[in-house]
Design a protein around this ligand. Structure first.
Ligand SMILES: [Zn+2]
Ligand SMILES: [Zn+2]
Length: 130
């Protein structure tokens, strides 16, 4: 029953609250509902660049050396989406307020990273490993 074939996670209702900045609500075909804030989505951007950045994250947290090269500011302004669009029937794409827009969020990925308590309790959602 734990199969993960592509296309298993089908949304029946997707609401992207771009103007209010409230994030994304998805109602799934199996009855589950997910809510994602835009900063959360930005953090989980699946593009190659962000994957690479996340791979470095433990080192970044361990050593915040002031002398080392630090192109990434510690303070990040709250990220919202300036626009969102559907990619075919299988994914969403966001134009984030920091100018980043290369991530394609497939519904399978979105279901995988669902931040709700039930999904986190199942061991999904808290960590995303591509
Ligand atoms: Zn990215
Ligand atoms: Zn969930």
């Amino acid at each position: 029953m734990a199969s993960r074939e592509p296309g298993r996670w089908k949304p029946i209702d997707v609401k992207v609250h771009v103007s209010t900045g409230a994030g994304v609500d998805i109602h799934w075909a199996d009855g589950h509902r997910s809510h994602y804030g835009f900063p959360f989505l930005r953090d989980h951007c699946p593009c190659a660049l962000c994957n690479e950045e996340r791979g470095r994250e433990p080192a970044r947290q361990a050593a915040q050396s002031p002398s080392g090269p630090s192109p990434l500011p510690l303070y990040k302004p709250r990220i919202i989406a300036r626009a969102a669009s559907a990619v075919g029937h299988y994914a969403l794409q966001f134009d984030f307020s920091d100018g980043h827009s290369t991530g394609i969020y497939s519904f399978e990925l979105l279901r995988e990273i669902c931040p709700c308590e039930a999904c986190r309790a199942e061991g999904r959602g808290s960590t995303f490993k591509p």
